[in-house]
Ligand binder design. Structure first.
Ligand SMILES: Cc1ncc(COP(=O)(O)O)c(C=O)c1O
Length: 381
């Protein structure tokens, strides 16, 4: 009997090593990892720059109570790239969202005229701790207790309902610019434009959760840029620590000013080792943006049309390397299993969706071959 509590179904793999998009098993068999450990391994496995940054000695942990230049350096890299004023580090995505909710709440209170009414979206996913679950449309049915926010869940992409509800009053809106866990759902440009106009007009707070869409996945450092959003807070995590736990809350000054010392904190958030890898990761992601945009073009011009020509494919939703293939038949698990037998790791969502989050370092050839293989497997099932 295993003592490890499994609340998910792992691939039955005994991994011993990895390089680039490949994972190697005990018996030497190689798998193409097109899901990057839930979207974390942006630079693939064992990237030489990451390994090099591990090879010197340094203090493994320095708490928030000790100043060190790395903390400042990574915060200033992120601020410079994204245009935000302040950065607070966390260990994970869900903690970044928890912090974002606390920070936003304090700003709302300080501003006054609290309506206790916030807007999130159906099928959204913001994490698995109680605060972030409270605003996660996908997890509502699980029956856990909720925070005392009056949270409205609107259909994602419905600008008419959004306008109506915001006109009734709201303290803040939280959204994923592209909904990841519900299958790479992208709204029409008009929806994002309406949200931006309403944000300026009504001056409510805007939290954009870029934990899955950020850090180059769409070809932009933040997907907010693609849609012209100007959030007050952005959350990032997943790949930020170069494979180690690290999240960050990016804040405008006005929000940061509403927080007082002691209102939020963390023991391990922004630990030295994760920040060290993060510095490398952020630099590499910037260098890879152009490459991801070129892959986006290959997908849009060639690979997505090829998938759409497959009579078993209903829809493909894609921005950069954020990809969902929706099948006509309810056999996503079967397709995933066959791909697994053929040496490909992909993710299935619900009954019809195959989700891919390949590392940003994937080459043209690797992406081309992988999508062709996926297409062939879908044809056979
Ligand atoms: C958009 C989004 N928000 C939050 C989270 C939670 O992040 P973590 O699993 O690091 O807590 C995820 C994780 O998949 C996510 O995709």
């Amino acid at each position: 009997m295993s003592n490890f509590l499994r609340l998910f179904h792992p691939f039955p793999l005994k991994v011993v090593d990895g390089k680039g998009i490949y994972l190697t098993l005990e018996d030497g068999k190689e798998y193409r990892d097109l899901f990057s450990g839930l979207g974390v391994n942006l630079l693939g496995h064992n990237h030489p720059d990451i390994i090099a940054s591990l090879s010197k000695t340094f203090p493994l942990h320095l708490s928030l109570l000790l100043e060190h230049s790395l903390k400042e350096e990574v915060a200033s890299d992120l601020a410079r790239i994204t245009g935000f004023d302040k950065v607070f580090f966390s260990n994970s995505g869900t903690e970044a969202v928890e912090g974002a909710l606390k920070f936003m709440w304090m700003w709302v209170k300080e501003k006054g005229n609290v309506k206790n009414r916030i807007i999130s979206f159906k099928n959204s996913f913001h994490g698995r701790t109680l605060g972030s679950m409270t605003v996660s449309g996908l997890l509502l049915h699980q029956g856990f207790p909720k925070l005392n926010f009056d949270t409205l869940f609107l259909p994602f992409g419905d600008e008419k309902m959004l306008t109506e509800e915001i006109e009734k009053g709201c303290d803040f809106v939280i959204l994923e610019p592209i909904q990841g866990a519900s299958g790479v759902r992208i709204a029409k440009l008009k929806f994002y434009k309406t949200l931006s106009i309403l944000h300026r007009e009504f001056a409510f707070g805007l939290i954009v959760d870029e934990i899955q869409s950020g850090l180059g996945r769409t070809g932009e450092f933040l997907a907010s840029t693609l849609f012209g959003l100007d959030p007050d807070i952005v959350t990032i995590a997943k790949g930020l620590g170069g494979g180690l736990p690290l999240g960050a809350i990016l804040l405008k000054e006005k929000i940061a000013n509403a927080m007082k010392p002691g209102y939020h904190g963390t023991t391990m958030g922004g630990n030295y080792l994760s920040l060290r890898l993060s510095k490398v990761l952020i630099k590499k992601v910037q260098e890879l943006l152009e490459h991801v945009r070129n892959l986006d073009k290959l997908l849009k011009d060639v690979l997505v049309p090829e998938l759409l020509a497959n009579p078993r494919v209903r829809e493909v939703r894609q921005k950069g390397l954020f990809i969902a293939i929706e099948l006509k038949k309810e056999n996503a698990d079967e397709v995933k299993d066959i791909l697994f037998e053929n040496g490909y790791l992909v993710n299935s969502l619900g009954k019809r969706i195959i989700r891919l989050l390949p590392p940003l370092i994937i080459t043209f050839e690797e992406l081309n071959d992988s999508i062709n293989e996926i297409n062939e497997v879908i044809k056979g099932y």
